[in-house]
Design a protein around this ligand. Structure first.
Ligand SMILES: [Zn+2]
Ligand SMILES: [Zn+2]
Length: 255
């Protein structure tokens, strides 16, 4: 499994993009950064986008991707995958013909540019070439993570989340689990804000990782607010009992 980090931050500054991971050539997890990084040819190859939640740093580039691939003679629609609640929020608040055109009906409702596909947490299903399972998380809005499995490997993308239980239990039972991508948005000095806004700091991350007893995947840290990146990096180094990899925009990770 090849994972290209198009963006891995919780906000935007020059050289720091919002969250989006390209899996192989045709699957994205989240859509914070697509169109400023991928060529049009690469954009046309995307078949599925797994969305963790409706916050703008995770969905905004669906809008520009849909616009770019419209009238490009694709045979299949671009499929946006998430729960019913998250899909409804994206449809109602982004593709609502006010903020942006409703590309699920353009150029016509029978052959639209984008199609929404609903996934229910807990149930494992085949989507494209991957086995996919959604996991409920704890953020300020409805949010899910994804277990993605191919033949030899499984990886977990946890979306934005504060402390949670179920996700770590599922991780512990996932066979051939090679990596977990987990957020740490804010430094420990802002733990109160992190707790209220459903995010982790290095301290709460360390507590979360203690829940992961049965498996030992690589831990990839992302979704830092860019202005706190260095503080978070120093605080994460102090977590001695586990090696944590802080990822960067543009990085390619081979699983
Ligand atoms: Zn976010
Ligand atoms: Zn969020």
């Amino acid at each position: 499994m090849n994972i290209r980090v198009l963006g891995c931050h919780g906000s935007q500054l020059p050289n720091f993009n919002t969250t989006s991971f390209l899996i192989g050539q045709n699957v994205l997890v989240d859509a914070g950064t697509i169109t400023a990084v991928l060529s049009l040819k690469e954009q046309l190859m995307i078949d599925y986008i797994f969305i963790t939640h409706a916050h703008l740093d995770h969905v905004r580039d669906i809008a520009f991707l849909a616009d770019n691939i419209c009238h490009q003679h694709r045979k299949k629609p671009l499929v946006i995958v998430s729960t019913k609640g998250i899909i409804d929020a994206i449809h109602r608040h982004l593709f609502n013909n006010v903020i942006w055109p409703d590309f699920s009906k353009i150029p016509n409702p029978r052959a639209p540019v984008i199609k929404f596909q609903i996934i229910k947490p807990g149930r494992r299903q085949k989507i494209g070439d991957l086995q996919v399972r959604a996991i409920d998380l704890h953020h300020v809005v409805e949010t899910i993570g994804y277990v993605l499995e191919e033949k030899e490997n499984a990886v977990i993308f946890l979306g934005d989340t504060g402390p949670t239980e179920e996700a770590w239990k599922i991780a512990g039972k996932t066979e051939r689990l090679k990596a977990i991508f987990v957020e740490t948005s804010l430094p420990d000095g802002l733990k109160d804000i992190a707790d209220i806004s459903g995010h982790l700091t290095p301290l709460t991350l360390a507590e979360e990782l203690k829940k992961l007893t049965e498996v030992n995947p690589r831990i990839y840290l992302y979704h830092m607010k860019p202005n706190y990146r260095e503080t978070i990096r120093k605080e994460v180094v102090a977590i001695k009992d586990r090696k944590i990899h802080i990822i960067e925009d543009g990085q390619i990770i081979r699983i």
